[in-house]
Design a protein around this ligand. Structure first.
Ligand code: DSN
Length: 444
């Protein structure tokens, strides 16, 4: 892909890094499940003259002049979001997923209120009340968990909800490979008098394509980032459902007021335009087929990996995401696996697994997903080859083990990573990954 000539002339240092990053994206298999490749149209809007404008307020109610065209752009984005997700209200201004979720809290809760979300090391998101997030500090967070088999423990969630009576419950997470039980959570929220917010950031592309159940009949509020399976720019949307408006007719107004002026200043108009374009793209039959292929690819990859003796949390997947359980490779072996896979030309991320025996920074799993490689046009046949590369790369981490003594870790990991980068078998595997990338070029 051509990288900006103006950047080259103005700032050769940044230009050089951009070129290298472009080559990295082109020549390796991007399998972090939250990443994707936005279309050229989305990127054009993101990098457009719209970045020059201030537009505090909402369409036709702005604090600055000159917003007649921005009003149209934001109104189009809102209408497309409402139609695509089947909701009566959408706010497209949140800067990204974490601010969007905080805006939901600030619309519904007061400091000290009890909230519930899926525990971070069980696949939940930081903003669903984890202790290191501001959401876990301001609110009293009661996390629910997954069972040892990796499926959400609904009975525990119900019991905790009835005991602690949270004001807000989150359903949705960043590493859950099964369909979310929206209906069950809706019942729990009703029983204990909580609001239910569905954070569908990971699966929103699948939801609008009908590949994953929609939470619109079950949740009061839905949040999503726009850059994952939805394949748009980096941004977010907060939506209020019919159910939410029935529960609280002022809910939409509360959300809008919290986003602006409560938490944010001027919306990022270039992102709003890019979101509008992504929503248009996501409403096409081609996008629905793309979403179906994401899941077919994930299932094909899961079955190929399993047949090679690689253990997956829950034994497989219903969506775009897989979580490899590396317990048999040793505690904390996710760090070696991530490095070995990267040397083999596959980008993934180390991740905690249910009943994690180590820690989030040195976890015992690898999370991977198929949205980005499916955007390149890869199908089931390529998943077999990718599974073989992954299995080969994992063989290369045998023999490495995370030192129990924390002080020894830095030097040990530096040495291990250096060896993995020089490893000949991984270099051979990398050539196979690069061959796939050449066959399925990005931005051809
Ligand atoms: N960083 C995102 C993910 O990888 O799932 C969540 O915010």
């Amino acid at each position: 892909m051509k990288i900006g000539e103006h950047i080259k002339a103005r700032d050769p240092k940044i230009y050089e890094e951009l070129v290298k990053e472009s080559e990295r994206q082109q020549n390796s298999l991007e399998m972090i499940p939250s990443e994707n490749f936005a279309s050229e149209a989305v990127m054009e809007a993101s990098g457009s003259i719209l970045t020059n404008k201030y537009s505090e307020g909402y369409p036709h109610h702005r604090y600055y002049g000159g917003n007649q065209f921005i009003d149209n752009i934001e109104s189009i984005a809102i209408e497309r979001a409402k139609k695509l997700f089947g909701v009566p209200h959408a706010n497209v201004q949140p800067y990204s997923g974490s601010p969007a979720n905080l805006e939901v809290y600030l619309s519904l809760c007061s400091p000290g209120d009890v909230i519930m979300g899926q525990n971070l090391t069980d696949g939940g998101h930081l903003t669903h009340g984890f202790k290191t997030s501001v959401t876990g500090k301001i609110f009293k967070s009661i996390p629910y968990h997954v069972k040892p088999d990796g499926f959400i423990d609904i009975e525990e969630a119900r019991r905790l909800a009835m005991e602690h009576k949270p004001k807000l419950i989150w359903v949705g997470s960043t590493s859950y490979m099964r369909e979310f039980p929206f209906e069950e959570f809706s019942k729990i929220a009703e029983e204990c008098g909580a609001y239910l917010a569905a954070d569908i950031s990971h699966i929103s592309g699948l939801v609008v394509s009908g590949v994953h159940k929609s939470p619109s009949n079950y949740a009061d509020i839905i949040t999503t980032t726009t850059h994952k399976t939805l394949r748009g720019p980096r941004g977010a949307i907060i939506m209020v459902t019919e159910k939410g408006l029935k529960k609280d007719p002022l809910l939409a107004e509360k959300i809008d007021k919290t986003v602006f002026p409560g938490m944010q200043g001027g919306p990022h108009d270039h992102t709003t335009a890019a979101i509008a374009i992504a929503l248009l793209e996501a409403s096409s039959p081609e996008f629905a087929e793309y979403s179906r292929q994401i899941v077919r690819n994930a299932k094909a990859l899961a079955s190929a990996l399993t047949s090679k003796g690689i253990k997956l949390v829950t034994g497989g997947t219903d969506n775009h995401l897989l979580l490899i359980d590396l317990k048999s490779f040793g505690k904390g072996s996710g760090v070696f696996a991530q490095e070995a896979l990267e040397s083999a030309g596959i980008t993934t991320n180390k991740n905690t697994i249910p009943e994690e025996p180590s820690s989030p920074f040195f976890p015992t799993g690898i999370r991977m997903g198929t949205p980005a490689i499916t955007t390149r046009g890869m199908k089931e046949k390529q998943m077999d080859e990718i599974a073989s590369i992954i299995a080969g790369a994992l063989e290369e981490i045998r023999g490495y083990s995370l030192p129990e003594n924390r002080e020894e870790r830095h030097a040990y990991l530096e040495k291990a990573f250096g060896e993995l980068r020089e490893n000949k078998n991984l270099e051979d595997l990398r050539k196979r990954s690069e061959a796939l990338c050449r066959e399925f070029p990005l931005y051809p």
